[in-house]
Ligand binder design. Structure first.
Ligand code: NDP
Length: 252
């Protein structure tokens, strides 16, 4: 596992938005960031799941989070402008943006891939992250030290049979992160990096590998060290990099 432990309150006074915060890795990241003192903005499509995460954070006496229900498959440019306005009025700045929400789509050959599923996967995994990032950049610029993290996959750098739009969307995610990092490098303090979580015990993993024993994979909580590192001050100046959450050693 990536070798890092943030000091207590490493994320104090930071406001961090997490997409797909209702379940899986996003839920673990939101709770982890709150545990380190951050105010988290929980974005997801199921209000019920977001409320459960909200309650969990409040019950632990951590900074009160915010809930922002948003279906990334339907949201348009104007919805992200509205999101930026609301967040600006409420928080004034954004210190972290974790693009985590994704859908798997179908595991099927390209020759049989449904075009509507293809569109939906690209919408949620790529287009939504593009539109949200563009709308929130001014708020991220208002932070002295903001961090954007994109989530990729092993199939984001190596295509594999039957992974279809999901794999293509992760290649696109890698490209988007590299382009944005290069564009911001000399004109902004915003850093942009990529995490490849590796096999992790979530609903998405169970859907992709139905025959696998879930216990054979680490939990979302286990893979949090690299998320802590990239959202906190210790990663200042690190940009355009790709991190394996389950790499045997970190940068130290
Ligand atoms: P999950 O399916 O467990 O969680 C994904 C989250 O995204 C859920 O909260 C889900 O909401 C949300 N989401 C899905 N569609 C939308 C939408 N249209 N609008 C808003 N929110 C949406 O996945 P993981 O936690 O496993 O995956 C997290 C990230 O890690 C993804 O980017 C995935 O590609 C990546 N990853 C995961 C790996 C793994 O082994 N788990 C391996 C490599 C990469 P809801 O709960 O309502 O479905």
């Amino acid at each position: 596992m990536f070798d890092y432990q943030a000091p207590p309150q490493a994320l104090a006074k930071r406001t961090i938005l997490v997409t797909g915060a209702g379940d899986g890795i996003g839920r673990a990241a939101a709770i982890c960031f709150a545990t380190l003192g951050a105010t988290v903005i929980l974005v997801g499509r199921s209000t019920e799941k977001l409320e459960a995460v909200y309650d969990d954070i409040v019950e632990r006496n951590l900074p009160t989070p915010a809930i922002y229900p948003c279906d990334l498959s339907r949201s348009k440019e104007e919805d992200y402008s509205e999101m930026a306005t609301i967040l600006e009025n409420e928080f004034g700045k954004l210190d972290g943006l974790l693009h985590n929400a994704s859908i798997l789509g179908e595991r099927t050959p390209i020759s049989q891939y449904e075009a509507s599923t293809w569109d939906n996967v690209m919408q949620v995994n790529v287009n939504a992250a593009f539109m949200m990032t563009q709308a929130l950049l001014p708020l991220l610029e208002a932070s002295k030290d903001a961090s954007i993290v994109f989530t990729s996959s092993g199939v984001g750098t190596q295509g594999k049979a039957y992974w279809g739009a999901y794999s293509v969307s992760k290649f696109a995610t890698e490209g988007m992160a590299q382009i944005l990092a290069a564009e911001l490098e000399n004109i902004s303090s915003i850093r942009v990096n990529i995490i490849n979580p590796g096999a992790t015990r979530t609903n998405m993993r169970a859907k992709a590998y139905p025959g696998e024993d879930p216990v054979s994979n680490p939990t979302p909580e286990d893979i949090m060290p690299v998320y802590q590192y990239l959202m906190g001050p210790d990663s200042q100046g690190t940009t355009g990099q790709r991190f394996d959450a389950q790499a045997l050693s970190g940068p130290f």
